[in-house]
Design a binder for this molecule. Structure first.
Ligand code: BG6
Length: 494
């Protein structure tokens, strides 16, 4: 159970508050994990009363909450939610916030503990942090704590991430800084470590001797939606790979930590990012495929090309799909490629990690003409969360016929309840001071160092590799298939 505290959301009139943050806090309350002494303060520019804010949130909960709205729980939570109107650059607004938080501490027993959530565009971070410091809101009272959660994107390259880190760490200590990566809050991502280290059977096989390659995939039918200006400065590589997909890769590839302390786990992840082979421009041309969606159809509905989307440059060179072959230069993973692919406007929403083992030796059942195919361990991150293992089995009958079958574990049926949303777990952890599922400064910077080489080969190179095209509703550019075919492999169908 986390300690009593005030949660202050900067940018409280934004989408994230309505779709994710308040639903997460509400569901924590439904599950009985929200201490009675928690106050939630929304800080934003629009004129609004506490009552109006609460009404809007109630409507949002009806739409977006994982569990239906329970009047009893909501009538208990709603009076603990407040709205604080201020410009982000107004000193007086922060001074008044400090007073209001002191008052809440006295009236509601929140004990001076504060969690600030920066749910704003990165361009606002610095200004808000300065004002927080100006009002001494970053200084903890005796026996209390003060923490900050920072939303992505955390920089757009190594230089900007470093700059941002130094801005944040001027105001908050690193151990009080929680950089969100919502993929780490997904139940299935958390289970990767349990699968690997709570079971004795996988770890002896988890290396280049037994594993042929790993595929990490995240696909979505959605296009860029209303986020044109953000996406134009980002693209699939920075939006998804730098953070979410590399985090998954780290969980699969890391060494066992010595204990479960946040820094022990993050030290091991850092070593993986450091060992990622940095690509030369020539290697980028061979090992990375970028694509952009064209018009097409998703589930029978016609959709427009990326360049025709609202507030997108009609000549945009931004990628909405990327597939890459990554090598990890360490003893465990030498010669085991990790293939990563992500894309928008693909047929399905899903994310999975597939660990493909080497073929059985070519004797007995596995002679050349009757190759029985390899074992594959699939970790389904979403949807239908679970794990399956493909093994070979004899088909019943007088003849010897071997066919692949699946041993399949589904969270839904095994545990009989839906998994909490990522933001629920992450907010609870930040309130409890557990940073294990948050990205650390050095880890973020190393990831940018890896990504920057690819971005430079695309955008700062006189002869950049082509931006390929793919029809919306297809599985991505043909070049991505060739990337694997060249190595005698194929992408898994989701
Ligand atoms: C976000 C990206 O971080 O993750 C989006 O900015 C993307 O572009 C989203 O759609 C995907 O998240 P999920 O949880 O739906 O896989």
């Amino acid at each position: 159970m986390p300690q009593p505290c005030s949660v202050v959301i900067f940018g409280a009139s934004g989408d994230l508050t309505y779709r994710k943050l308040i639903p997460a806090l509400y569901n924590i309350a439904v599950d009985g994990d929200l201490p009675a002494a928690v106050s939630i303060v929304g800080f934003a520019r629009r004129e609004k009363t506490d009552e109006q804010f609460r009404q809007e949130l109630e409507e949002a909960l009806r739409k977006f909450s994982r569990q239906g709205l329970n009047d009893h729980i909501w009538s208990d939570l709603a009076p603990r939610i407040f709205y604080h109107r201020s410009e982000f650059g107004n000193d007086e607004g922060y001074r008044a916030l400090a007073e209001r938080l002191d008052k809440l501490d006295a009236e509601r027993g929140t004990r001076g503990n504060r969690l600030f959530y920066l749910s704003v565009a990165p361009s606002e971070f610095e200004g808000i942090l300065e004002k927080i410091a100006g009002a001494k809101l970053n200084e903890s009272k005796p026996g209390a704590w003060t923490r900050v959660i920072v939303e992505k994107p955390f920089g757009t390259d190594l230089a900007s991430a470093r700059e941002l880190n130094s801005v944040v760490n001027k105001v908050f200590r690193e151990q009080d800084t929680f950089r969100i990566d919502h993929y780490l809050g997904k139940e299935t991502a958390q289970n990767i470590m349990v699968l690997r280290f709570a079971n004795a059977i996988f770890e002896p096989l988890w290396n280049s001797r037994y594993i042929d390659h790993v595929q990490i995939t995240a696909t979505e039918p959605l296009g860029v939606e209303a986020r044109g200006p953000y996406y134009e400065g980002s693209g699939a590589l920075r939006d998804m790979v730098q953070n979410h997909l590399l985090q998954l890769l780290c969980l699969v590839a890391m060494e066992p930590p010595t204990d479960l302390a946040a820094d022990s786990v993050r030290d091991e992840k850092l070593k993986v990012v450091r060992a990622l082979h940095r690509m030369t421009p020539e290697e980028v041309a061979t090992n990375v495929v970028r694509g952009q969606y064209q018009a097409g159809a998703i589930n029978g509905k016609e959709v427009i090309a990326y360049r025709a989307e609202e507030r997108v440059d009609p000549k945009s060179m931004i990628e909405t799909y990327v597939a890459l072959k990554v090598n990890i230069d360490n003893w465990r993973w030498a010669q085991v490629p990790f293939y990563i692919r992500v894309g928008k406007r693909l047929p399905k929403h899903g994310a999975e990690i597939a660990v493909q083992f080497k073929h059985a030796p070519s004797v007995l059942f596995n002679r050349d003409e009757t190759d029985v195919g390899p074992n594959v361990l699939v970790i389904r991150i979403q949807p239908d969360e679970g794990i399956s293992l493909r093994i070979q089995s004899k088909r019943p009958g007088a003849q010897l016929r071997i066919e692949p079958v699946k041993m399949d574990f589904h969270y839904g049926t095994s545990f009989g309840k839906a998994s909490p949303e990522a933001y629920e777990r992450l907010l609870l952890d930040a309130m409890s001071g557990d940073a294990t599922l948050f990205a650390r400064r050095d880890e973020v910077e190393e990831a940018w160092d890896f990504i920057d080489r690819i971005e430079h080969a695309w955008h700062k190179n006189p002869t950049p590799p082509p931006l390929t095209e793919y029809a919306s509703g297809s599985w991505g550019p043909a070049e991505a298939d060739k990337l694997l075919e060249r190595d005698g492999r194929t992408w898994r169908r989701l």
